[in-house]
Design a protein around this ligand. Structure first.
Ligand SMILES: NC(=O)c1ccc[n+]([C@@H]2O[C@H](COP(=O)([O-])OP(=O)(O)OC[C@H]3O[C@@H](n4cnc5c(N)ncnc54)[C@H](O)[C@@H]3O)[C@@H](O)[C@H]2O)c1
Ligand SMILES: [Zn+2]
Length: 353
């Protein structure tokens, strides 16, 4: 499938999302001329500083001072604001952020605040960034020991998924992105779910054609959903929490050893187990088995007491009752109220298997 650009329109702003298969500098130059701007590169691309400096004489190239999650700090934003102010950039100039989800979260946070919002291009270099973090307009930094404490909504003008950069992603990072893509497929696109189920090995080996298809299908589905509830006010985005309720329990209990993606894989399996009566055994088993291949091997079950306490911190709690996203079928998510004990029983059944 050739990916055509996807349009995400919200609050009068348009964001175009596309996959770049080769020559990223040429595509960026075509979009940004004749303006100047600032390019923020992930540490993973330090070696490309000269290439970018040569291709973009009217841009300044800088790096985040830290890698990954460590880049989502208020100190890091200060350095970005200083670079923007020092360059005397206007809101019509460009800020290009090329990196993983942490860098695009932090960079978009700055772009939306500088001059009350400047032209922004996000270039996700991880599969997770392409299918999730860079799509949807949520920006954030971490603060006071908690993730994503300060943030706002801001749409980039363009998202360019940097397909060749996926070549340097280790398999476990690809699998984290694939877990989120699989979740998106289960919710909205059964063909995407099928790709994650049947082409797992080729995808994890970095097959560019398949990765392009998975990324394209994922960002198209997420963009369509986000457009209907940009500021998360109507509950439309709630379904994206599929796999994240129990996933959050596992992630918090095993932090920092268990990655978000692996935790969500456990959460997807638990959601499939709870959905078994509606889904039927064959589909429930297929999801559990795929989740185990993407996120396994799984750690031991957290003790009930801890799991119950962590479940009660879920953001979808209403009046002490847990609201859980289940599947009536592929592409048919439903929000149901569930007792904590039912969730713990399902987790026991899944993790024992
Ligand atoms: N805004 C949203 O809606 C949203 C959604 C999901 C996740 N997120 C955020 O995304 C972040 C996680 O992002 P991530 O998983 O992309 O990882 P990351 O950005 O934290 O990067 C992880 C590591 O991979 C490196 N890296 C990046 N691209 C690479 C490449 N092509 N090859 C080799 N190494 C590379 C980075 O330098 C870093 O060391 C979290 O902070 C999470 O909160 C945001
Ligand atoms: Zn997630």
């Amino acid at each position: 499938m050739e990916n055509s650009p996807v349009t995400l329109e919200a609050e009068g702003h348009i964001c175009l999302i596309e996959t770049v298969r080769e020559d990223l500098p040429a595509r960026l130059a075509a979009l940004t001329k004749p303006r100047r701007g600032l390019i923020l590169l992930d540490h993973a691309f330090r070696h490309e500083a000269e290439l970018f400096a040569r291709n973009f004489p009217d841009f300044k190239v800088i790096f985040a001072r830290h890698r990954g999650e460590e880049a989502k700090t208020i100190e890091e934003t200060q350095a970005i604001f200083e670079a923007l102010a020092e360059g005397k950039y206007s809101r019509d100039d460009w800020f290009i952020v090329r990196g993983g989800g942490s860098l695009t979260d932090m960079g978009a946070f700055c772009a939306g605040l500088y001059k009350r919002g400047m032209n922004l291009i996000l270039v996700p270099t991880t599969l997770l960034g392409a299918v999730d973090a860079a799509v949807g307009g949520k920006t954030a930094i971490n603060f006071y020991g908690a993730k994503n404490q300060i943030g706002h909504f801001y749409l980039p003008a363009h998202v360019l998924v940097d397909l060749p950069s996926f070549r340097t992603l280790p398999a476990e990072r690809l699998s984290e992105g694939l877990v989120e893509a699989y979740k998106t497929g289960l919710l909205f696109d059964a063909e995407l779910a099928r790709l994650a189920e049947e082409e797992t090995d080729s995808l994890l080996a970095g097959d560019q054609r398949l990765l392009a298809e998975v990324a394209g299908r994922s960002y198209a589905a997420k963009a369509a959903l986000v457009a209907g509830d940009f500021r998360e006010e109507k509950g439309v985005r709630d379904v994206l929490n599929l796999g994240h309720t129990y996933g959050h329990v596992a992630e918090s209990f095993y932090a920092p050893e268990l990655s978000h993606g692996r935790a969500v894989a456990i959460g997807l399996a638990v959601a499939a187990e709870l959905s078994r009566p509606a889904l039927g055994a064959a589909k429930a088993d297929r999801i559990i088995e795929t989740a185990a291949r993407l996120g396994g091997p799984w750690p031991e079950l957290p003790p009930d007491e801890d799991a119950r306490r962590l479940l009660m911190t879920d953001k979808k709690i209403r009046g002490g009752r847990l609201r859980f996203i289940l599947l009536d079928d592929f592409e048919k998510p439903v929000l149901k109220e569930i007792e904590a004990d039912e969730i713990l029983d399902a987790a026991r059944r899944v993790i024992r298997n």
